[in-house]
Design a protein around this ligand. Structure first.
Ligand SMILES: Cc1ncc(COP(=O)(O)O)c(C=O)c1O
Length: 421
């Protein structure tokens, strides 16, 4: 039989990312469960795309129903997209009541950057230095994972991301002011270089950077500096959005700031590729004047039916409240984990981080990898993040129940027990 990895490389080229070693071959999903090709069942503690549960019947039915009636590109009139934008923006406030529908988070962020540049007339962008916001040419320039061909562009400034254990500026109490000073410094550099400041883009829970659990108001000093320089703030809600945090529907509510532009994706369609950029009318107007933007599939009737059905399920099944309730219970169970390498356990709603360090206090990515693999061997899926990939990241679908939290915690403790430092 052909080795599936060799076949992937032959057909898709080298370096195609996969999770786990050996990678999983998943063939079916339901709720918080996944099955591999050998029939083994895994508890999904990691995937945020199947937000309301893998293959949720209400979402599947909505997609099938609409696919059986009509699917066109988006230059025909269709009420579905208008009804959805009304429903979506009805949950946002801050005058954010217009949206462009797209197909991926990367496109949503790409549009957001162009909106900010059109509205401000400036080019400069500020992002955090260990982030990921997507894969278009413009958006990939914000990422430090691989340097862009030709080097980093001058109109992008990367500032240190907030950190739970090594706060910007050296102390947790001073981190908000220090982060604000970084924004002010980057803005001054962009002004001096002649780019001006179009936007600061952040994920409000810094999900790809270590989930530092920051206090309400954390961004205030940064936004004072940003606004003084004429820049807009983009809240990339692709990970925290749609109720994952339990007590708030959006990540920017957790930090308590008013974004100018919001990007959405991943969880929005429960696996169907649908995403959006939401903003205020004057920013949308500037964008529509500057760019003749058209997206063949963005906001097509089937994608909108999927996204609308996701909102139905969040509401009818009380999934945000579930994220709060089960999230608190899960955190309590995780807090009881015992291993000398555990330096910090934190979480909000159904998003958790467990930070692992070696004897000297330095990050321990090897142990984080060993725990991730061991948990997978025990049929529980988690993953890792952080500057050194030493932080366990747990972020299950929202219908996570206390018995799932118990299984997750039990398997993690057994995995820790088999991986001494
Ligand atoms: C915070 C954030 N923004 C944007 C993206 C890009 O989304 P997509 O992969 O749908 O293009 C991702 C994907 O991981 C993400 O985590």
């Amino acid at each position: 039989m052909t080795d599936p990895l060799e076949r992937r490389a032959r057909l898709m080229g080298p370096n195609v990312p996969t999770f786990y070693d050996p990678p999983l071959h998943i063939v079916r999903g339901e709720g918080v469960w996944l099955w591999d090709a050998r029939g083994r069942r895994y508890l999904d503690g990691y995937n945020n795309v199947p937000h309301v549960g893998h293959c949720h019947p209400h979402v599947v039915a909505a997609i099938a129903r609409q696919a059986g009636v009509l699917n066109t590109h988006t230059r025909y009139m269709h009420d579905g997209v208008l009804d959805y934008i009304e429903r979506l923006t009805g949950r946002m406030g801050h005058g954010l009541d217009q949206a462009i529908m797209v197909c991926t988070g990367s496109e949503a962020v790409d549009v957001a950057l162009r909106m900010a540049q059109a509205a401000t007339g400036a080019r400069g962008l500020i992002a955090t230095d260990n982030t990921y916001h997507g894969n278009t040419t413009a958006v990939a320039q914000l990422s430090t994972r691989r340097p862009p061909v030709g080097g980093y562009p001058d109109h992008v400034r990367l500032i240190p991301a907030p950190d739970a254990r090594q706060p910007v500026g050296g102390t947790a109490d001073g981190q908000a002011a220090a982060f604000g000073a970084e924004v002010a410094r980057a803005a001054a550099e962009l002004e001096a270089a002649g780019h001006g400041v179009a936007a600061l883009i952040i994920c409000p829970i810094f999900a790809n950077e270590g989930l530092p659990c920051l206090p309400h108001g954390f961004l205030d000093p940064a936004l004072t500096a940003l606004r003084a320089a004429g820049g807009l703030v983009i809240s990339d809600e692709i990970q925290p959005g749609f109720g994952r945090l339990g007590d708030v529907f959006w990540g920017h509510e957790a930090l308590g700031f008013a974004p100018d532009i919001v990007t959405l994706g991943k969880s929005m369609g429960n696996g169907h590729p649908v995403a959006a950029t939401v903003t205020r009318p004057e920013i949308m107007g500037a964008f529509r004047e500057a760019f003749g933007y058209f997206n063949t599939f963005g906001g097509n009737p089937v994608s909108v039916a999927a996204a609308d059905a996701v909102l139905d399920v969040i509401e009818t099944e009380g999934l945000m409240e579930n994220a709060a309730r089960v999230g608190a219970y899960t955190l309590q169970r995780l807090n009881a984990l015992r291993h000398p390498a555990i330096a910090d356990i934190r979480g909000r709603g159904l998003a958790f981080a467990i930070e692992l360090v070696g004897e000297t206090g330095a990050p321990d990515p090897a142990l984080a990898n060993a725990i991730t693999e061991e948990a997978k061997r025990r049929c529980v899926l988690i993953n890792r993040i952080g500057r050194q990939m030493h932080i366990l990241k747990i972020r299950p679908p929202l219908p996570f129940a206390p018995e799932h939290a118990d299984r997750l915690a039990d398997v993690l403790q057994s995995s820790f027990d088999t991986c001494p430092r």
